[in-house]
Design a protein around this ligand. Sequence first.
Ligand code: N01
Length: 531
Amino acid sequence: MSLRKLDVVIVGAGFSGLFLLHKLRSSGFSVAVLEKADQLGGTWHWNRYPGARCDIPSLQYSYQFDEDLQQEWNWSEKYSAQQEILEYLNHVADRFDLKKDIEFNTEVISARFNEEKSLWEIKTSHGELETKFCVMATGCLSAPNTPDFKGLDDYEGQLLHTGKWPQTQVDFTDESVAIIGTGSSSIQSIPVIAEQAKHLYVFQRTANYSIPSNNGPMDPEQEAEVKSRYPEFRKENWENGFGIAGMAIEEMAVEDDEQGRKEKFNHHWENEGLGFLGAYADLMLDKEANEMAASFARNKVKEIVKDAEVAELLSPKFTIGCKRLCVDSGYFEAFNRDNVTLIDLNTNPINCITSKGLMAGQEEYSVDSLILATGFDAMTGALTRIDIRGRKGISLKDQWKDGAKSYLGLGISNFPNLFTVTGPGSPSVLSNMVPSLELHVQWISQCIEWMRDNNKKVIESTKAVEEEWMTLVNEVADLTVYKSCNSWYNGSNIDEKAKEFLPFIGVPPYTEKITEVAEQNYQGFVFDKTN
Ligand code: N01
């Protein structure tokens, strides 16, 4: 039986995969999306833990490729909850009739480039197919990290991971619950779980910064104002460093006086969420300025948390923003409840997981549910967990073992006709993800169209251009304070991973660069290489 042949296979039916399907199909290509889950949504399908919501305002965290869509869709809150984002994505899929080309429950096991045929051979949990192009729309935070805790398999209660939460309702009423980790996922879920559970034990290794979301119903006036000039609003946001509104300030914290700083930090604390870091232009560039913001945030923790010892444990010690900043709805307040206990893993490390719960220090905590909020193998994990083999059978995992190299976060040497959406070396997680992935989808689709129109069969990056690009990525990061702590931005949350900074900082120069590369007939990429 002959294999099914397609022009493009897209892996993943999240924000990126859906838009790719729409774009490429509209340009006349035969396309299929392969999706491991039984439904679409990607991140917004898997991360359905209590309290999951977006920390970028809804009016910005949405597609802009279709004016009618962005005018007609109404968000109910300033920051959308997971369920509403999933409803939005389903609406988009129905509106553009996308579901018929998505193959659900189809996990990609391997992708192998056949050099003789210049085709990708894709093996899935449902069979095999061949494709000219393969686009990995697998997301930056979609490979959950499960630490190798001794005895984890022995646990007999309900074991959950925030990054692969069950679709059925999880009810913690009358339960004792333990949660390990205090990143964004945990910080969002703790206030909600604390309301339900009999007791919640929070196991913290590193105290984290979090800014109150001050979430609420969508302000109809603000919505109408944005919608009256949506394209300009999007453009203005895109022109600042992170592609998010409110981050384009020019004043320096070190040049302001104490009163001025206090007022500005207060205003941003109360109104801006992630945009707290946009209070001044030098917060992520200068350690002294950063410490001013950090100390303001630490003082807020001490104002909110009544028990001084707990407040001290919850006060972060590192540079603010160098780990992804969190945005919460009542996180620090939750520690004022009698049914919430904070356990410091630095003084009471987890010795093992037991059948009933976990041993930290000398104490065993018996719990009905154990939640791992331990994050992701970010930016590369979703790619390296698939057996991807390029020229001469080289595996992507091996090629990246000393560090992920990519040209512009779009193409990888030795892996022809394979594109990544928001790959390593692009602004991705240091930007508003939706416009970032739209930019990549537009770029990739135009490139594939250009190849068709110009009779080119194979495109690939080279080692030289990707070395040069990743050096620049790191040089830019060196100008900032981003490398000053352990974070998933630099791989330090996963033991066996190369420690390197992966996102490109700076949306405007990045956008200019990839636009210029395309205008110059994909400068830096090689076409139809013969050996
Ligand atoms: O994961 P994280 P996350 N023993 O990596 C701890 C996005 N997101 O799922 O800091 C004990 O941030 C770890 O401790 P430490 C957002 O970009 C967005 O919370 O390494 N603890 C840390 O506290 C975010 O940044 C939204 O010392 C261990 C925690 O687990 C990203 O996803 C919502 C451990 C992991 O925190 C990831 O967030 C949620 C161990 N062995 C997430 N291993 C939005 O609002 C790890 N930890 C859009």
